[in-house]
Design a binder for this molecule. Structure first.
Ligand SMILES: Cc1cc2nc3c(=O)[nH]c(=O)nc-3n(C[C@H](O)[C@H](O)[C@H](O)COP(=O)(O)O)c2cc1C
Length: 395
């Protein structure tokens, strides 16, 4: 498990046109509470000044293994100590080659060789340099060595050519970097999450559904991935985009959703039911399209669907179950009643006008210790707060 106390990283910059983007990247990283030390190669200083990076980072930039004032003469070892991550962005073809062979002939390459933390690189170069067999061989070596790589991406290049080799955008590198600083709360845990709505068929075109966008369940899945869990995301109807990095199971009806949950539940540690599952479905369905004035539609008969959460929570050896209560009124009471009825340790209450389709909402977490109010915030922040809360009561 990563030591969560480590909030320090090193930003290495090597000699490539994309070095100017490192200034944007550093500005983004400075918004976090992570302590950042910049180290530049000599070539990098030809592309962007040390002064710029020093002003943005708020401390002297290191670039010389032989300068005693840089790291008390042992900068090549000490600079990375206490760091969770070394990020090299841009990583030149030359630097990638040095990493692959263990070359240590300047400060940054020596620090990388002497590191005891994770290494993430963002390659950036002309497309022929990237495609060159030697670069590709070096990249394969680095992957095997456990080095993390973000990009490159395709598009217009500074040299006028078009192809793969551009450095990933600073925002992408920033997001990738943040993942190294997430607590690994759910490492080795399997979490099944349902999200979105369901569609209960009536005829060939009609059905019963709801307006769930899937956003809350997707935010929880995203946070669970970042917290190191193996995530199975079972999703019905939705309008938002599911996160990458999990196993996505697409379903349509409540019965399909239950079947998918049952497929995975035996080996699941935590089940989070965030989907807006239809409570009713048509008692009978027809395979053709019904006429507008059909008697069948006038007297549509409904029957209840099976309660997925209750079914799972009352199973023998059931996983830790978390439910959602979306209500238009009496949120507190209705959510509390639902927690008891479903026999679950934790329920999350939210009011429907805010809950559906929006990126923001307010939540009530209700467990055996009482009610915990989470004021209006983004769904992704709530998802992290929810998982932090689960991690406290789960054991
Ligand atoms: C104008 C110019 C632009 C360059 N751009 C890149 C680049 O984008 N990527 C790359 O790998 N090398 C690029 N190079 C070559 C590197 O700067 C050169 O290989 C250098 O030795 C890299 O040193 P370093 O890896 O120690 O930083 C460029 C060179 C020049 C003169």
């Amino acid at each position: 498990m990563i030591n969560d106390q480590k909030r320090k990283m090193l930003l290495g910059i090597t000699g490539g046109i994309a070095a100017y983007k490192s200034a944007f990247l550093l500005r983004l990283l400075k918004k976090t509470d992570v302590d950042i030390q910049v180290v530049m190669t000599e070539a990098a200083t030809q592309f962007i000044s040390k002064l710029t990076m020093q002003a943005l980072s708020g401390k002297p930039v290191y670039d010389n293994m032989w300068a005693e004032e840089q790291g008390h003469g042992m900068a090549h070892i000490e600079t990375s100590r206490g760091c969770r991550l070394i990020l090299v962005a841009p990583a030149s073809a030359n630097f990638i080659s040095k990493l692959a062979t263990g070359t240590a002939n300047d400060l940054l390459s020596t620090i990388c060789l002497a590191r005891n933390c994770e290494l993430l690189i963002a390659p950036a170069m002309n497309k022929e340099m990237w495609d060159n067999k030697s670069t590709q061989r070096n990249i394969e070596t680095l992957k095997r060595d456990g080095v993390h790589i973000v990009g490159p991406v395709g598009g217009d290049q500074a040299c006028g050519e078009v192809g793969l080799g551009r450095m990933a955008e600073p925002e992408t590198i920033y997001e990738t970097t943040l993942k190294f600083f997430q607590p690994r709360l759910f490492k080795n845990k399997k979490i099944v999450i349902t999200a979105g709505g369901t569609f209960e068929k009536i005829d060939a075109v009609r059905g019963i559904t709801n307006q769930s966008s899937g956003r809350m369940g997707f935010a929880i899945a995203q946070a669970a991935i970042e917290y190191g869990a193996e995530v199975i995301l079972i999703v019905g109807t939705h309008s938002a985009s599911p996160p990458i990095g999990c196993e996505l199971v697409k379903v349509q009806s409540a019965a399909d959703m239950l079947a998918a949950v049952l497929d995975h539940i035996e080996t699941t540690d935590i089940f989070i039911s965030a989907a807006a599952v239809s409570d009713y479905r048509a008692k009978e369905t027809v395979s053709h399209k019904l006429k507008k004035d059909s008697q069948f539609l006038h007297q549509l008969q409904l029957e209840p669907t099976e309660d997925i959460l209750k079914k799972i929570s009352t199973m023998k050896n059931s996983p830790f179950c978390v439910g959602f209560a979306a209500e238009t009124e009496n949120l507190e009471k209705n959510a509390q009643d639902k927690r008891q009825l479903k026999n679950i340790p934790l329920i999350v209450g939210n009011l429907i006008p805010q809950a559906i389709g929006s990126d923001f909402n307010e939540l009530l977490l209700i467990d055996k210790n009482g009610i915990h109010k989470l004021p209006r915030d983004t769904k992704i922040k709530h998802a992290k707060n929810l998982l932090n809360h689960i991690s406290k009561i789960y054991e």
